[in-house]
Design a protein around this ligand. Sequence first.
Ligand SMILES: [Zn+2]
Length: 261
Amino acid sequence: MSFTVPVRQTSQLNPSTSTISNATRRQTVPVRQTSELNPSTSTASIIETWNFGRPTCVCEFCGALHWYEERTEKSKHPQHPKFSTCCMEGRVQLPLLKFPPTLLHHLLDYDGDSAAKKFRRNIRIYNAAFAFTSMGGKIDYEINKQGGPYVFRINGQTYHLLGSLCPDNGEKPKFAQLYIHDTENEISNRLGFIQGDNQNNILQEKLVTDILHMLDNHNVLVKSFRMVKDKYDHHNVGVLKLRLLSNRSTDGRQNNLPSCS
Ligand SMILES: [Zn+2]
């Protein structure tokens, strides 16, 4: 089998680009003779890889982090570069992200400790442990039988399934029900829901407890579900319904709230 790998000759590189940033480090990686790949060429070539390091430039308008090489004026080398891919040099006004609660800030810190790294490695499992609903849709399982990169493909309507606020008799609570039913044992219920009989203990009980307290204090939806729980526990109510309503001021197909009863 023969194929041609696109290789850039060093002579094609613009010498001026070697000084565009102190953060840029260039490494020369010798590769096989191209004659091994393409018999018609006998000239040896090398590939240069560029390591840009970490993004150290801050957009003066929105605060986004960039690499120097992402500046708008590529031909110039200003000391204070401008960028367009974040906010079009200030023409697009984006609301700033809210500063996360202390615990979440610690867990998402790229330079954080081993606990933070372990959390991020299992972040999807932690997310599932606190999810309100499961997602429904027609998943195409056939597509990954053909090799190549993994593909997630769904057909038709995609929906979130939010059932009763309380589990049926004999059933264990799951998803949103965990915020309302048997909350005295909520931590063990959540651990059991995710890990089942698997004893690998991927979730750390202490961290699950801390995240739950954080959500109780900061998450609007969790507070709503807790309010329903209090009504359910302390008031003699018959049928109880929870409806999540929002003022629809934007396109209702985007980021609209789920509704449940
Ligand atoms: Zn910007």
